[in-house]
Design a protein around this ligand. Structure first.
Ligand code: PSU
Ligand code: MN
Length: 304
């Protein structure tokens, strides 16, 4: 493989042996969580994936190369960069060409996972259609990536800072299956419910893994969303959530482009006295667990 795209020996061997692997992104480490929570949570996500019998593949860009399966030292270096670039599909090649470092969003992580042969990816919440998108045109590249790369993304829906009804509509338009784990509704990140529909509910990992396998066996080249709501005990209380969100959205009126999501997440942190970060961490760990279980179930099917 080229020196532009480096897969760690552990991940390469696991993929070649059809053993379970879970991709993890790095934008949530550098932009989604405050320091030093990002690196600590990244390590906890890897540990969670391992404890369920899968191999973690943390993905990011360092010294002009896409890294799949970053070491602890590499991740620490990326997190230590003063203002790491948030890399999605459009700016990835330029960043690599410049020899730089960057953290990968859901979109860029899906690209790298697909290229490395990884089927399952755990994150917090996907990006989507932003509020006010009819004026700004701001729609996350995560949706384009879901339409393009055959990776199952385990997430707690999309962040409520987004326009969730339009996000769900666009997933439908793009033909991306939205499979719920123990839920009939599209989760709203910090909270379990949105009132929005999903394609199908699953209550067992084996069943959702079978649906993923069938999607791939039928020859679909699109990704899938596996929507796993935050555990009830970890969800933000409704009043705290709604009032913080209302204020954060007002404050974000002048923020645009790639800064919008990190800005809103940071305002939610401040306005909830840090509670949103605890919720974010809890749902991430819950998604890493579910993703590892799905990856193990998929590997069992492949070999059995
Ligand atoms: N989920 C989180 N925290 C995050 C993100 C998602 O819990 O920081 C990041 C992801 O990397 C996602 C990105 O891809 O936010 C979306 O950014 P944008 O809306 O600019 O596409
Ligand atoms: Mn955007």
């Amino acid at each position: 493989m080229s020196e532009l795209f480096l897969v760690s020996p552990e991940v390469a061997e696991a993929v070649a042996g059809r053993r379970p692997v879970v991709a993890l992104e790095t934008t949530l480490v550098t932009h989604g969580l405050p320091r030093p929570d990002g690196v600590r949570v990244a390590a906890a996500l890897e540990e969670t994936v391992r404890s369920r019998g899968a191999i973690p593949a943390t993905i990011g860009i360092l010294d002009g190369a896409v890294r799949v399966g970053m070491t602890t030292a590499e991740l620490a270096r990326l997190a230590a960069v003063d203002r790491p670039v948030k890399v999605n599909l459009g700016n990835l090649a330029a960043e690599v060409a410049a020899g730089g470092c960057g953290s990968t969003t859901v979109a860029a992580t899906m690209f790298a996972a697909a290229r490395a042969g990884i089927l399952v990816f755990a994150t917090g919440g996907i990006g989507g259609v932003h509020r006010g998108s009819t004026e700004t045109g701001d729609v996350s590249a995560d949706l384009a990536a879901l339409a393009r790369y055959p990776v199952a993304v385990v997430c707690s829906g999309a962040k409520a800072i987004l326009d969730l009804p339009r996000t769900v509509e666009l997933l439908e338009t793009l033909g991306v299956p939205v499979l719920g784990l123990g839920t009939d509704e599209f989760p709203a990140f910090y909270r379990r419910e949105s009132g929005l529909r999903i394609d199908r509910r699953y209550d067992w990992i084996a069943d959702v893994a079978r649906a993923v396998r069938t999607h791939l066996d039928l020859g679909f080249t699109t990704g899938l969303v596996i929507a796993n709501p935050v555990p009830e005990a970890d969800a933000l209380p409704r009043e705290m959530h709604d009032s913080a969100l209302g204020t954060a959205l007002l404050e974000a009126a002048d923020v645009s482009g790639r800064d919008v999501t990190p800005y809103l997440l940071d305002r939610m942190r401040a306005l909830t006295g840090g509670a949103s970060v605890k919720t974010n961490e809890a749902l991430l760990l819950n998604n890493a667990r579910a993703a590892a279980d799905v990856a193990v179930a998929l590997a069992d099917r492949a070999s059995g």
